[in-house]
Design a protein around this ligand. Sequence first.
Ligand SMILES: *[C@@H]1O[C@H](CO)[C@@H](O)[C@H](O)[C@H]1NC(C)=O
Ligand SMILES: *[C@@H]1O[C@H](CO)[C@@H](O)[C@H](O)[C@H]1NC(C)=O
Ligand SMILES: *[C@@H]1O[C@H](CO)[C@@H](O)[C@H](O)[C@H]1NC(C)=O
Ligand SMILES: *[C@@H]1O[C@H](CO)[C@@H](O)[C@H](O)[C@H]1NC(C)=O
Ligand SMILES: *[C@@H]1O[C@H](CO)[C@@H](O)[C@H](O)[C@H]1NC(C)=O
Length: 262
Amino acid sequence: MIGLILVFLAIIILFFALAFSGSSSDVLSSNTKPVGNLGVDELLSCYLNPDNFQEALSQVTVTWEKKDLNGLVYLYESGAPNLKDQAAEFKGRTQLFSEAVTTGNGSLLLRSVRRSDEGEYTCTISSSSVGGKVTIHLRTAAFSAATFTMSNSTLVAEASRWFPKPNVTWTNQTGNELNGSTLFTEGSDGIFSVVSTLQAVNVGDAYNCRIENNLVTADAEAIVTGGGVLGRTFFTFSVASSLLASVYLNIVTCVVCIYCMT
Ligand SMILES: *[C@@H]1O[C@H](CO)[C@@H](O)[C@H](O)[C@H]1NC(C)=O
Ligand SMILES: *[C@@H]1O[C@H](CO)[C@@H](O)[C@H](O)[C@H]1NC(C)=O
Ligand SMILES: *[C@@H]1O[C@H](CO)[C@@H](O)[C@H](O)[C@H]1NC(C)=O
Ligand SMILES: *[C@@H]1O[C@H](CO)[C@@H](O)[C@H](O)[C@H]1NC(C)=O
Ligand SMILES: *[C@@H]1O[C@H](CO)[C@@H](O)[C@H](O)[C@H]1NC(C)=O
């Protein structure tokens, strides 16, 4: 009986730990599990919950820390950056927006994301009236949209930057898997370029080329017309934590349209 009660207690504690993990409600982030695109700038979102204060904020301090880092990622206090304790690897690569800070927005711009930027960041915002912290887990990958070309009934999808190595699946409009063939080329930086071909395509039909690794899924849709291929790519990011591994955060962050004349 006591064993059963303990199990129930453990489940309840686990539930609350999951529901409120890493965030006190005064400070929020629009994305606590972002996937940074290697070589591209990433905004780490962190701001005071606007519902919790009405008056103008004063004495806003924003501190960005990273787990196991020697030094700080960023410190903003008394109306200005204070970077004397900033870790060398973040020098010249970070920025806060002074205008935004006055409204409680301490989001950090991280320039040209590197693999070593992966990890757990804590953003702490304090002011004379409200404050708190939020934890953001940054992962990195490389991903780029696919562009399509078509010649002699063969549809070719090309995506220049992918890491980790993805897999590629073609489907037709009714979701049936089609037999494409894919060539991966690894660059000196370890990033893969992807060229995938699909034969015997029909004019007027739509096809989907899915490029996917454990962090990012790109659904590239191609509509084959008489004059060429109309293509666009939607990205979806994994929000994998060990317990929620199969849940995907459905943010469409990029829509690319390309019209290729052949
Ligand atoms: C915070 O500021 C950044 C940079 O100006 C902006 O992109 C972001 O949308 C802002 N977030 C909120 C919640 O206002
Ligand atoms: C076009 O494809 C067909 C069948 O796959 C092939 O027989 C023909 O040689 C190809 N033509 C050109 C110009 O590649
Ligand atoms: C998709 O492929 C399947 C199997 O090859 C086929 O039966 C189906 O008709 C195709 N759908 C379209 C819309 O072409
Ligand atoms: C797919 O392609 C491979 C090799 O090109 C071939 O052996 C196989 O039979 C094909 N499968 C289908 C379902 O067309
Ligand atoms: C492609 O990769 C994803 C993520 O690594 C995996 O979940 C999926 O099963 C793979 N699909 C195929 C067809 O290998």
